[in-house]
Design a binder for this molecule. Structure first.
Ligand SMILES: Cc1cc2nc3c(=O)[nH]c(=O)nc-3n(C[C@H](O)[C@H](O)[C@H](O)COP(=O)(O)OP(=O)(O)OC[C@H]3O[C@@H](n4cnc5c(N)ncnc54)[C@H](O)[C@@H]3O)c2cc1C
Length: 401
């Protein structure tokens, strides 16, 4: 009989693990408190498949190297699990232009030196036949350009065009949900996980359902992909992290650009506590401005319960002062952005190691290389870190087992 694996959490990480382990022959049960898979943070983020441009303040290059590895494996692994080539062009955003802020934490010269290291590392993947979610450009970035319309040159010193993109999360969700069905993964929704115990047959996972009744499930192996609840459930087995961590609550807005900006490219403002705009040919635009949209900070074992509604429902907060502040800041950067028509507003939780915010150059939030799988004799806990790295970690888990 095939060994049963219980995978806790059906975000990008849990789904990727379910697909990689079912492909390896395991009987997989995927468990989530939501009714459907891919409803949490994985559905409420920017969707950027990071090549490593953002992590120029990690001078060890380790974060960028890991992001690049995740990015260059992302498309191939998803295609493998879906069982056919994917038409990535229908999922891709317009490419990111890196808008170097006058107050960038890292100088333009240092950014360019980092980007050149990135290019060298990328060429190894390219020469080995890997693709970056459907494309194999020769160069990942081009020389800095003079700032002109629609960007305000008094705020931005130069524009660096890149090949980096985000992917449409609605379409990725469709692909992954379809793959779960195709692979015969058992999905148990509406089940909150409270604890994991070791038992004679491996593990017993216990929790409650929406109506308050208890449930339990048994399996030979457990993979914890609970993201915001990961540490709390690890703790029920006595597993505690040995370093400080922080949860942040970050909002994002989806909506329509004003007509005069309708053909705008995607932008990331580099480098520091700034923001991003992501545009698609036939879909809503993503907008977030860090100082206004980062609305919660917690170093508790689990984020505060008050954050939960913001991460589940669309909030009608568009008149809230911080929303207007965010659009005001973006309007300084790109005149006209204060006419952005918000259609969806919700938040996601970000877990990271560290204690200080990204406005501090030495903050650990600039380093995301200490992420991935921790193994405890049949129990695995995965710190996803980024959407970008989730398929890679699922693949590594399948190789470990
Ligand atoms: C605004 C924002 C922008 C971001 N932008 C990017 C980006 O551009 N690129 C990038 O690579 N990353 C980005 N990230 C980070 C990325 O979204 C996360 O790293 C990733 O989605 C985490 O995936 P996950 O599967 O671990 O978590 P989730 O998607 O949250 O999945 C965890 C699942 O566990 C379930 N769950 C939680 N607790 C319980 C429980 N007790 N019982 C049962 N089920 C439970 C949840 O319902 C959820 O479905 C961003 C994050 C945010 C918030």
């Amino acid at each position: 009989m095939r060994e049963r694996v219980l995978i806790l959490g059906a975000g990008i990480q849990g789904i990727s693990c379910a697909l990689s382990l079912s492909a390896k022959g395991y009987a997989v049960t995927l468990i989530d408190k939501d009714e459907e898979p891919f409803s949490g943070t994985s559905f409420r983020n920017e969707g950027k498949i990071h090549l490593g441009f953002v992590y120029a303040n990690d001078h060890s290059f380790q974060t960028s190297a890991l992001m690049l590895e995740g990015a260059m494996n992302f498309g191939l692994l998803v295609e493998n699990w879906v069982g056919r080539p994917v038409n990535w062009s229908s999922l891709r955003s317009s490419p990111f232009q890196y808008a170097v802020h006058q107050q960038s934490m890292v100088s333009e010269a240092a950014l360019l030196s980092h980007y050149q290291t990135l290019q060298n590392a990328y060429e190894t993947y390219r020469n080995a036949g890997f693709h970056y979610v459907g494309s194999c450009p020769q160069k990942l970035w081009a020389s800095p350009q003079v700032v002109n319309s629609p960007i305000n040159p008094s705020i931005i010193q130069s524009i660096i065009p890149t090949e980096e993109i985000a992917i449409n999360l609605k379409r990725l969700r469709q692909l992954l949900r379809h793959a779960l069905k195709r692979r015969g993964v058992q999905f148990l929704g509406n089940r909150v996980v409270h604890s994991v115990e070791r038992s004679s047959f491996g593990f017993c996972v216990k929790g409650s359902q929406a109506d308050g009744t208890d449930w339990r499930a048994e399996g030979g192996l457990v993979v914890n992909c609970l993201w915001a609840s990961r540490l709390a459930v690890d703790a029920t087995l006595g597993i505690m992290p040995l370093r400080p961590w922080v949860y942040r609550l970050k909002f994002r807005m989806l909506g329509q650009l004003p007509p005069e900006l309708a053909t705008m490219q995607s932008y990331t403002v580099a480098l520091g506590p700034f923001g991003d705009i992501v545009t698609y040919q036939n879909d809503l635009t993503y907008v977030s401005w860090y100082p206004s949209c980062m609305r919660g900070w917690s170093d508790a074992l689990q984020p505060p319960a008050e954050w939960e509604p913001f991460c589940r429902e669309e909030q009608v907060l568009t008149d809230h002062p911080w929303v207007q502040d965010a659009l005001g800041e973006l309007n300084e950067l790109i005149p006209g952005m204060n006419q952005f028509q918000i259609q969806h507003l919700s938040a996601g939780v970000i877990f990271s190691w560290g204690e200080t915010d990204i406005d501090q150059p030495e903050s650990l939030l600039h380093q995301r290389n200490q992420i991935g799988i921790e193994a405890f004799d049949g129990y695995f806990s995965i710190n996803t870190g980024k959407l970008t790295t989730a398929p890679l970690f699922a693949h590594q888990l399948a190789q470990q087992l």
